[in-house]
Design a protein around this ligand. Structure first.
Ligand code: SF4
Length: 92
């Protein structure tokens, strides 16, 4: 089974408030490479041309923590979603 087929089986219960916060000042002023756009296995980060800033679709987060580590400028404040919220992995 391919990875995307396994991920498609997971269920998500999104909280109203994002568990991922982006410091847009750091992002705009310091970060040139924007690793978050490339490392997220869920492809949840994008650059919003209208807002001229990075956005994240937190509801589909797989809770791997990769984006927090990859953001070498420290612009991403990431924590686990509150209890009962977030991804529910399903096997089989
Ligand atoms: Fe993507 Fe993982 Fe960051 Fe969630 S924790 S936004 S899945 S890189």
């Amino acid at each position: 089974m391919m990875v995307h087929e396994k991920i498609a089986k997971d269920a998500f219960k999104p909280d109203r408030e994002s568990h991922i916060k982006i410091d847009h000042n750091i992002c705009k002023e310091k970060c040139k490479i924007k690793y978050c756009l490339f490392v997220c296995p869920g492809h949840l980060y994008s650059f919003n041309e209208e807002l001229n800033e990075i956005c994240v679709e937190f509801a589909g987060c797989l809770e791997c923590g990769t984006c927090k580590i990859a953001c070498i400028e420290g612009a991403i404040d990431w924590s686990y979603p509150r209890g009962e919220y977030g991804v529910q992995y399903r096997y089989g």
